[in-house]
Design a protein around this ligand. Structure first.
Ligand SMILES: C[S@@+](CC[C@H](N)C(=O)[O-])C[C@H]1O[C@@H](n2cnc3c(N)ncnc32)[C@H](O)[C@@H]1O
Ligand code: SF4
Ligand code: SF4
Length: 333
């Protein structure tokens, strides 16, 4: 299920953002890129061909695309479910429109990570968006240190009747570009902090869910028990998410976007694309993200994915060749 980067515009400036090398620089003339409607249709056709009826929009901030509402309307007419990854900083008109859609038509994950400074007007826009979409939205935070600020989320969820779950991710690096990320040396301390947060949240019937790149050994055996009883369950996954850029370039996931990228027209279906990137990641999966992964039973038994491949590339300083996928012969039609 690929995500589609429909615009590179975003005004939030999260310190950890792994999309930062793709974002436009407001100070730089001509740096704004919005995906054309034609390219969006090309992606919808690609998804249709793959029997995938989920259109997952991000950016940048997807609602900053000047034709955002028209894009959503067209997708709904084609019977797609639209999911957006958003920072919630959108106009009231857009929030009103999204608020009127059903759960079957629309859902959102709202990034409310505290590592960005919002103006009062921006905060008000986020509040308005959440108040309109309610249970169709869940909250997400990205962790950059063991000092996880999350208490404000409890009140936000209750106030707006949001989905009672919080997606927790750890800030991953971008291979070849600098951003604020969580080094693997801090994983155990973070594991303890995540468990403390989960235990507190479950008191309010709010459960955390895990994003990709977590490792089993972030938690002791005892902590893993606590995680199971106070979360949606733990999974250590690293499966290529796949993102499609405005010009139909495609990469396996943002942390690897500079080293594992190619073009969408090289592939016929999502499965073909996913198989390609799964194969590309395979050599790194046997290492895991830390030297000690090589002797780890969790990795050997595939209970743990070995963490984020971007971390593995940094730990072992091994990058894939920049060649990309050779042109494929398409069968004549
Ligand atoms: C790149 S943002 C784009 C969409 C939208 N602007 C937003 O903030 O949700 C998509 C998601 O990636 C997450 N994210 C950004 N940088 C990350 C990183 N370095 N590691 C893990 N997740 C990250 C964000 O928290 C957000 O949930
Ligand atoms: S709001 Fe999203 S795109 Fe914008 S800086 Fe934050 S994570 Fe990146
Ligand atoms: S390399 Fe794996 S864990 Fe890291 S961001 Fe990509 S899919 Fe997630």
């Amino acid at each position: 299920m690929p995500n589609i980067l429909i615009t590179n515009v975003c005004y939030r400036a999260c310190t950890f953002c792994f999309a930062r090398q793709r974002l436009g620089d407001g100070a730089q003339e001509g740096s704004t890129i919005h995906m054309s409607r034609e390219n969006i249709r090309y992606v919808m056709d690609f998804l249709d061909r793959s029997n995938d009826k989920n259109l997952r929009l991000l950016g940048g901030e997807p609602s900053q695309h000047p034709e955002f509402v028209e894009i959503v309307k067209e997708a709904l007419e084609r019977n797609f479910h639209v999911h957006i990854f958003t920072n919630g900083m959108m106009t009231h008109e857009i929030a009103d429109y999204l608020g009127g859609l059903t759960h079957e038509q629309f859902s959102a994950l709202c990034n409310v990570s505290p590592q960005a400074t919002l103006t009062e007007a921006q905060k008000e826009d986020v509040e308005y968006f959440l108040s309109k979409v309610g249970h169709k939205a869940g909250l997400g935070i990205t962790v950059t240190s063991e000092d996880i600020q999350y208490e404000y989320l409890i009140d936000t969820i209750k106030r707006h009747n949001l989905g009672k779950q919080i997606r927790v991710g750890i800030a991953q690096p971008i291979v070849g570009v600098s951003n604020e990320f969580l080094p693997v040396s801090n994983y155990k301390t973070i594991g303890t902090a995540i468990l403390a947060m989960a235990r507190n949240l479950i008191e309010h019937d709010i459960m955390i869910g895990f994003d990709c790149g977590m490792t089993m050994c972030m938690f002791s055996e005892e902590e893993l028990g606590g995680i199971i009883t106070s979360s949606r369950g733990f999974d250590s996954i690293c499966t290529p998410v796949m993102d499609i850029g405005p010009n139909l370039d495609v990469w396996s996931c943002f942390p690897l976007s500079e080293v594992l990228n190619t073009r969408l027209d090289q592939f016929d279906t999502v499965k073909e694309l996913s198989d390609y990137y799964t194969n590309q990641l395979l050599p790194y999966k046997q290492f895991g993200c830390m030297p000690e992964c090589m002797d780890c039973a969790y990795l050997r038994r595939k209970q743990c994915s070995g963490g984020c491949v971007a971390q593995t590339m940094l730990t072992f300083n091994r990058l894939p060749s920049k060649k990309g996928r050779p042109p494929q012969e398409k069968p004549a039609v």
